[in-house]
Design a protein around this ligand. Structure first.
Ligand code: 13P
Length: 253
């Protein structure tokens, strides 16, 4: 049995104060929730991390991730943050290859494979994002694109390393659009991804792999999506910015 993981990607939203208030709301809402077989992660902007970590520690229910990292431990890379710095700050997870990083910051699979290995070397757990654009889906290329992102980004990792990776399938056309993939569409891609892992790493690793769905997950569609056999939770954007909505998603799975 795989645990469910619900991660909230705050993107470039909230002030530090708003972030702290949001976590206070989540702590309060989770007070009587044992979160059995569930893991909750919040992924705030870098600047918010110390304050958010201080707040989540008070209740011990929520884990913290970062939205990106550089691949070097340190160096002359103005504006960047290293995996080691994140780890030292108490961060446990890092999203890599989010479609917004791929689109606006030109991150490609080659760069992402280096970042993924660098994060793992510091014991930061990567949440590796993949997903096709609308035009790629319309051209019938979605399986091929996702396969390439997964193979080029992850498949040079060893069995020991890959066990610590979470995959997030986020069809770009569903991000921030209110247009969710249907549970069947998402399930089909998740099964495809798990199949790729089965071929490369074998049944045990494939069946333990956590694959999250992302793209307009809301309290009213989460249960149906998370009820699919290969969907192990969600990477939530907009709906993770309101405690009530994020809690609604957590309790619906
Ligand atoms: P939305 O939930 O706002 O569509 O964002 C999804 C996402 O990009 C999470 O990483």
């Amino acid at each position: 049995m795989r645990n469910k993981v619900i991660a909230g990607n705050w993107k470039m939203y909230t002030t530090i104060e708003e972030g702290v208030v949001l976590v206070k709301g989540l702590n309060a809402g989770l007070e009587n929730n044992t979160l059995e077989n569930k893991k909750i992660i919040v992924i705030p902007p870098f600047l918010h991390i110390p304050s958010v970590i201080e707040e989540v520690k008070k209740a011990g229910k929520i884990h913290v991730g970062a939205q990106n990292c550089h691949h070097e431990k340190e160096g002359a890379y103005t504006g960047e943050i290293s995996p080691r710095m994140l780890k030292q700050a108490g961060v446990e997870y890092v999203t890599l290859g989010h479609s917004e990083r791929r689109q606006y910051f030109k991150e490609d699979n080659g760069m992402l494979t280096i970042k993924t290995a660098a994060a793992l070397a510091e014991n930061l757990l990567p949440i590796y994002c993949c997903g096709e654009t609308l035009s790629e889906r319309e051209a019938g290329k979605e399986r091929e694109i996702v396969q390439q992102q997964v193979e080029e980004g992850l498949f040079n990792l060893t069995e020991e390393q890959i066990k610590n990776v979470i995959v997030a399938y986020e069809p770009v056309w569903a991000i921030g659009t209110g247009k969710t993939a249907s549970p069947e569409q998402a399930q089909e891609m998740h099964a495809h991804i798990r199949g790729l892992f089965r071929t490369k790493y074998g049944e045990n690793i494939a069946s333990d792999l956590i694959i999250l769905y992302g793209g307009s997950v809301k309290p009213n569609n989460a249960a149906e999506l998370f009820g699919m056999p290969d969907i192990d939770g969600g990477l939530v954007g907009g709906a993770s910015l309101k405690a009530e909505d994020f809690l609604g998603i957590i309790t619906s799975c």
